[in-house]
Design a protein. Structure first.
Length: 339
């Protein structure tokens, strides 16, 4: 079969990213991040869509150039159709429609969450190893926390998911309450490495099954902090490492407890982690620890494929292309989580 070139486009939140794949081998992955949100302590949707407008054409041009191909060589364009911020998604979706139509090539719509999971199949070299089916994937990002059973590239079942906040959202909010910068995840991660994870206890949820909940932890963190700061106004400054380590420890405990239950219920011991929070050192250590203690075979993505990127959209597009699963020109973006 003729080799194909797929262009992947990701614009669901605050990263404009484009990637080129030759079959399942990644040739380029270019991302423009948006620093404009830092001073607001969170993503401002209107500013995000404006920045995507500025970045999308240069990012796509750079990805093609780095891959060493011209746009006329492309076989298809895969793009994130949702979930995400509507204004951000519309930039990628509208760009893709115009671009694919002008080249006369198919479009492939990709669910951003499926993209995070299939990031495990991005190959930089043909000999790179990938998980066998079926495997379990803990998908933890700023907007989602799910346990997914991955039966095949295009066949996934959500076994459990958050009923309120996502893990990344909880970390970001607690970090904001501590007056740290945005996004909080990498800052908490850095501080936690110097702190005592058992210094403070925060409430853990007791909900049945494989679902998660993080809003109670967020409230418990906020109320405890308020009380401690009332007694000592410099409390955060003096104890931020221990606070970060204890928060991270609690979140990792919550995540791993349900994941152990999912392994027990399904009997599947091939376990992957994906999404922005999978960059976290404490979570990565917990995965290694579980591999040793319980004989799991674990799959942890490269840092560059944990947060939003177009390589994961391109690889998902590749497997949908093999199934001839194309998208019609009239399909709109969608903002809400569906999987
Ligand atoms: O997957 P992602 O880039 O975006 C979504 O699709 O949501 O995830 C972003 C989330 C943010 O909440 C961010 O704080 C968190 O991932 N994050 C981390 C780390 N790096 C990013 N959380 C904990 N430790 C990290 N090192």
């Amino acid at each position: 079969m003729k080799k194909m070139y797929i262009l992947g486009i990701e614009s669901s939140c605050d990263d404009t990213s484009a990637a080129v794949l030759n079959d399942n081998i990644l040739l380029s992955n270019v991302t423009a991040s948006q620093d404009v949100h830092r001073e607001y302590g969170g993503v401002v949707p209107e500013l995000a869509s404006r920045a995507h407008q500025q970045n999308i054409v240069p990012v796509v041009d750079a990805a093609l150039k780095r891959a060493g191909i011209t746009k006329e060589q492309l076989s298809a364009v895969a793009f994130t159709r949702g979930p995400g911020l509507m204004g951000s998604l519309l930039v990628g979706v509208s760009f893709t429609k115009g671009f694919a139509r002008s080249l006369g090539i198919p479009m492939i719509d990709v669910n951003h969450l499926q993209g995070h999971v299939l990031a495990h199949f991005i190959k930089e070299k043909p000999e790179d190893t990938t998980p066998p089916f079926p495997f379990l994937c803990l998908l933890v990002s700023g907007g989602n926390s799910q346990i997914v059973k991955v039966n095949a590239y295009n066949d996934m079942e959500v076994l459990g998911q958050t009923i309120d906040d996502a893990a990344g959202e909880a970390i970001d909010k607690c970090s904001k309450v501590m007056g740290l910068g945005y996004p909080g995840g990498p800052i908490i991660d850095r501080l936690a490495r110097q702190g005592n994870p058992l210094a403070y206890k925060f409430s853990e949820p007791h909900i049945p099954g494989l679902d998660y909940s993080f809003s109670g932890l967020k409230t418990s963190f906020l109320y405890s902090l308020r009380k401690w700061v009332q007694d000592d106004p410099d409390f955060i400054e003096h104890h931020k490492n221990d606070l970060a380590a204890s928060l991270e420890h609690t979140i990792v405990n919550i995540l791993m407890k349900k994941l152990r239950l999912a392994v027990k219920q399904t009997g599947i011991k091939h376990v992957a982690v994906a999404g922005g929070v999978s960059a976290n050192n404490g979570l990565r250590n917990a995965f290694h620890d579980h591999a040793k203690r319980f004989g799991w075979t674990i799959y942890i993505p490269k840092f560059s494929y944990t947060t939003d990127n177009a390589a994961m959209i391109g690889i998902t597009g590749y497997y949908k292309y093999l199934d001839k699963d194309f998208c019609s020109i009239d399909k709109p973006a969608f903002s809400k989580v569906t999987f």
